[in-house]
Design a binder for this molecule. Sequence first.
Ligand code: GLU
Length: 425
Amino acid sequence: MAYIEPAPIKDRENPLESMMERFNIAAEKLGLSDEVYNVLKNPAKQVIVSLPITMDNGKIQVFEGIRVIHSNILGPAKGGIRFAPDVHLDEVRALAAWMTWKCAVVDIPYGGAKGGVRCNPREMSKGEIERLVRAYTMAMIDVFGPDKDIPAPDMGTGPREMAWLMDEFSKAHGMTIPAVVTGKPLVLGGSLGRTEATGRGVMVSALAAMQKLKINPFTATCAVQGFGNVGSWAARLLEERGLKIVAISDHTGAFYNEKGINIVEAIAYRDSNNGTLEGFAGGERLENAADLLTLKVDVLVPAAVEDVITTANADQIKAKLIVEGANGPTSAKADAILNEKGIMAVPDILANAGGVTVSYFEWVQNRLGYKWTADRVNRRSDRIMKDAFDNVYQASIKYDVPMRIAAYIVAIDKVAQTYTYRGGY
Ligand code: GLU
């Protein structure tokens, strides 16, 4: 029986510390009481399970599964499940807290949660992944529930995994319960517009920020790091709105084209190429993929992983605007450098909240037993994203703080007020 050793925290800034540093600044600006501070600082629940899975070679491998519920003050906890080889508890705790702040920023009635399973889905068969999803669901059978904790896709998972989760949970309860999970395939109660929702929200917040900074989308250039669901949709929708996407990348490399990359072609290439951009001919391959981040562009969209903009490269960033498609792409220590340089960062908890917003619409539709049109979904999510942007922008003026701290202030204030009304023991 093989057992995977706990993943070491990588040589990077700890995302939990990065989250807490911003939380502390916002709490101080808000004058948050010590009592409420302590409630919001600690996750409400953390569950760690061992998942023994029979692999295709007949051997049993034990995987570690994590679910952290940071808060259920605003409503049932909500957040994706990440399948990645290096996922660790501190990361999931940070991601769960970010979900709490994210849901509060866009004013949807959810708390925050996140799940993680330490595995490499790229090296697993479909059957192995299915068994892992079903085992994880059964291990969390008392944690999940449409009024308790509602998972969704995150890195390494998608509609296919959500379908297995919904099926396993439903079987255990003897009835079909679609509202236990969002990001499902359309035929299983998924929502129109959910797939592109995060990228679409990135586009809406980028355009709102560009308006404030007086950047004309029709002459603006943009680099997008990450070409998964979020990055590719953000690139495609920003291209449709007039921006020239000069660089894109995924885990296989980065590609640059001064004249602009045709994003529709890049997506078609990726889809025909095992899901990667390897060998893509629509741009020249950059020697060092991380150089994408320091290109001279107007808009930079990090839409891959945490901690890519750090003290190591923040002073070389040339973009005027950063719009965070990923969760936690900028470390707390890099914030000060970006602020000093006058670069606006639309923070993750605002910029990528389009995904959870349409997850909320999916849950609402499941509970109504009714389907909305794509037009209704998009109109409503665009309005929520635009209102949230304006709200955070106003807070940044009122408190004289960068957009990131303003977003935390808006979120923490809402959760703290709700907690005060609900009360503790
Ligand atoms: N994993 C996504 C996020 O980080 C979506 C979560 C959800 O839809 O619940 O926002």
